[in-house]
Design a protein around this ligand. Structure first.
Ligand code: SF4
Ligand code: SF4
Length: 139
C-alpha cells in the first residue's frame, strides 16, 4: 500500500554555478510530480526558489535528495501562519506587501489567508499594525 500524500513546501538555494542549469525541469521530468513554484528570487548570481509538492513522504525525500545530488541546497519549510480575525481590522496593509497573493480581500472586504500560497517571508507580520498575523515554526 502506498504512503499517504502530503503537501510540503521546499526551499531551494542555488549558487552562481547552478543558477543557469535546468535543474528544476530535470527533477519534474524525472519524478513526474507536479512541482508548483510559489516564489522565485534568482539571477545569474544564484538565489532561491520555493516550491510546493503533493507527494508521499518517500517521494518528498527523493526530491530533496535529487536536488542535493545536483548541487542545490534543499530543505523543507516547517512553518505555519495564522490570521487572528479578532485582531484584524481589514486595513489591507498585509495584502500590499505579500509577494505571493496568499492574502487577499474577500467579496465582503475581509482579509483572507491562503496558507497554501504562503512562503513564510514575514513581510505581512512586520507590516500588520494590529499584530494579527503570526508565524510559528513547526517541529
Ligand atoms: S495588516 Fe493586519 S490588520 Fe491589516 S488587514 Fe492585514 S492582518 Fe488585518
Ligand atoms: S508570510 Fe505573509 S507576506 Fe509572506 S507569503 Fe506568507 S502571507 Fe504573504
Amino acid at each position: 500500500m502506498g504512503s499517504e500524500k502530503i503537501t510540503q513546501k521546499i526551499l531551494l538555494s542555488y549558487n552562481a554555478e547552478k543558477a543557469g542549469e535546468p535543474i528544476l525541469a530535470t527533477v519534474i521530468k524525472e519524478t513526474g510530480l507536479l512541482l508548483n513554484v510559489l516564489h522565485a528570487k534568482i539571477n545569474s548570481q544564484g538565489g532561491e526558489i520555493i516550491i510546493s509538492v503533493e507527494a508521499s513522504p518517500e517521494q518528498v525525500e527523493g526530491i530533496l535528495n535529487r536536488f542535493r545530488s545536483m548541487g542545490v541546497e534543499a530543505k523543507i519549510l516547517r512553518q505555519t501562519i495564522s490570521l487572528d480575525r479578532e485582531r484584524c481590522i481589514d486595513c489591507g496593509a498585509c495584502i500590499s506587501v505579500c509577494p505571493t497573493r496568499a492574502l487577499k480581500f474577500s467579496k465582503e472586504w475581509e482579509v483572507m489567508l491562503d496558507e497554501n500560497r504562503c512562503v513564510y517571508c514575514k513581510l505581512c507580520t512586520e507590516a500588520c499594525p494590529m499584530r494579527a498575523l503570526s508565524l510559528t515554526k513547526l517541529e
